[in-house]
Design a protein around this ligand. Structure first.
Ligand code: OGA
Ligand code: MN
Length: 263
């Protein structure tokens, strides 16, 4: 994982319990609870520890095109890093494909280490100590969905993340970008948004991207500290795409990262 950041295990037919057991070999499950989240526990299809990345409701029906839960999910098609809107962002995510649509629905991964390395020295110096604000509100607003309750707004208050982070094992630097990033501390918002867009465009060029074409049973595991990812559109919304994720907690806020860490 430290070296490749994305690992693919083809055609594993695993149950939720097996996925959870496998995940726990690599650390602690992420255990954030968001009060009054878009989908309360009673409305969820999967058990504790399993994040539902399908287009299904708890009865197994396809979520309606105008359902706010669907609008929320759509923003996963923007480049992001999981839980970058949490004070301690996620370490690994493990995504298992159970049922796939007949067209589209790939998941793309962009290598944020390679993207960082390819920056010019002036930009590297400029971003070295920058701190961004990340919130689910920013990534949802980016696709025109701003219909959040006061409770959700409070739960998704922006958190601070360094823009350049250093991997705790390899010491390699990477760009910590995400659709959840909507501001840079000390910068005017339009200036910050434009700069973040520019960096994201740089970081997601073809040469830094692996596009995973799913087969049923595939398990893909990635290091959110080193890559961004996004879901791709699929052709027919009446087809099922049943994807299930387990997530490992990160070990520290990026903000506390030693500023003189080995390059
Ligand atoms: C995720 C995610 C992408 C996909 O599981 O965190 O963003 O392709 N999923 O479903
Ligand atoms: Mn994700």
């Amino acid at each position: 994982m430290d070296r490749y950041a994305v690992l693919v295990f083809r055609e594993q037919s695993i149950t939720d319990d097996e996925q959870l057991a496998f995940t726990r070999h690599f650390g602690e499950l992420e255990a954030y609870r968001t009060p009054g989240h878009v989908r309360p526990r009673s409305e969820q299809r999967l058990g504790p520890g399993m994040a539902d990345f399908s287009n299904l409701d708890k009865h197994g029906n396809i979520i309606a095109a105008d359902d706010r839960v669907w609008f929320f999910k759509l923003a996963d098609r923007l480049w992001h890093s999981d839980s970058s809107f949490r004070p301690v962002p996620a370490k690994y995510s493990l995504l298992s494909a159970r049922v796939l649509p007949s067209w589209g629905g790939n998941t793309d991964f962009a290598d944020m280490r390679a993207a960082y390395d390819a920056l010019d020295t002036r930009t590297k110096a400029e971003i070295e100590d920058l701190v961004c604000l990340h919130s689910l509100i920013y990534s949802r607003q980016a696709i025109g969905f701003g219909d959040l309750s006061p409770e959700e707004m409070a739960a998704f208050r922006p958190v601070r993340q360094r823009l350049v982070r250093t991997h705790p094992v390899t010491g390699r630097k990477s760009l910590f970008l995400s659709a959840h990033a909507g501001a840079i501390e000390g910068w005017a918002v339009p200036e910050a948004r434009m700069f973040l867009r520019d960096l994201t465009e740089h970081a997601t060029q073809r040469e830094f991207v692996y596009s995973h074409v799913w087969r049923p049973g595939d398990l893909v595991m990635w290091d959110n500290r080193q890559v961004m990812h996004r879901a791709r559109r699929f052709g027919d919304r009446n087809e099922i795409r049943d994807m299930r994720r387990t997530t490992l907690a990160g070990d520290a806020p990026t903000i506390e990262q030693a500023e003189d860490h080995a390059a």
